[in-house]
Design a binder for this molecule. Structure first.
Ligand code: 1GP
Length: 244
């Protein structure tokens, strides 16, 4: 089944949870173990990637091992255009809408478009909107961050993504952010949007996850949680908050 269909089907049943695994933080074997735990506690998808510096070998080995161990789809979360694996189920085609650098909006995308087509890899078009604090991506991506109290700006970018024909909007507070995107902002965006809303960054606890979900996130992404001790239980409680 195509990932887009799988996602539509999951979304029709309720909240979707994604575990983001950064393959640069551990060995491919350890990445695969994290993916197994994620699947076991009820995660619906794996995103792999996230930070620059992934080597081609590391990515390929991690994806190959993860694909051997889990049945849920494995989707590439690219941080550049220099690595790819043929074993991926899909690639997020993330346009960073509030970057001042056109490379992040559409330039890099144009460079890899034909390659992705020839490789017959499913692409998932996403309008990616970075909200304060934005973390590392805010700096490297030369982003005009949406400030946490500027709901109008968030709504504007989200609707722009919808009008441009993208399949999803992704509100991102940044990898390792101290707090998630504000609930009020998620609510304001969700009220205007007709396409599914992904929210990630800074979601560490069941309370965070519940708040983000209740505000209107359709898909909730967590990353850093699995890098800390006790992650299995933490992830389990996030999942039960989302699926209750
Ligand atoms: C995915 O960047 C996030 O949207 C992940 O952020 O590591 O803070 O969970 P965390």
């Amino acid at each position: 089944m195509k990932v887009n269909e799988y996602l539509k089907n999951k979304l029709s049943q309720g909240a979707v949870h994604v575990t983001l695994i950064d393959p640069t933080r551990q060995s491919p074997e350890a990445s695969a173990r994290l993916a197994e735990t994620a699947q076991e506690v009820g995660s619906d998808l794996i995103f792999i990637g996230g930070t620059p510096g992934t080597s081609q070998r590391n990515l390929m080995e991690a994806v190959d091992l993860i694909k051997k161990r889990v049945a849920i789809p494995v989707i590439f979360f690219p941080s550049g255009t220099d690595t790819i694996s043929l074993n991926l189920d899909a690639v997020l085609y993330l346009s960073l809408l509030n970057s001042r650098n056109s490379q992040y909006v559409s330039g890099a995308h144009a460079r890899v478009a034909l390659l992705l087509k020839r490789l017959e890899i499913e692409v998932i078009p996403v309008g990616y909107v970075l909200v304060e604090p934005g973390m590392k991506l805010g700096e490297v991506g030369d982003v005009d961050l949406v400030s946490r109290d500027n709901f109008w700006s968030a709504i504007g970018y989200a609707l722009a993504a919808e009008f441009m024909g993208m399949s999803y909007v992704y509100l991102e507070a940044g990898n390792g952010a101290a707090q998630p995107v504000p609930a009020g902002m998620i609510r304001a965006v969700k009220r205007e949007l007709s396409i599914p809303l992904i929210v990630g960054g800074g979601i560490r606890t069941a309370i965070d996850a519940r708040r983000v979900r209740q505000a209107g996130a359709d898909i909730v992404v967590t990353g850093t949680v699995i890098e800390n001790a006790g992650y299995r239980e933490r992830l389990r409680s996030i999942l039960s908050a989302l699926k209750e």
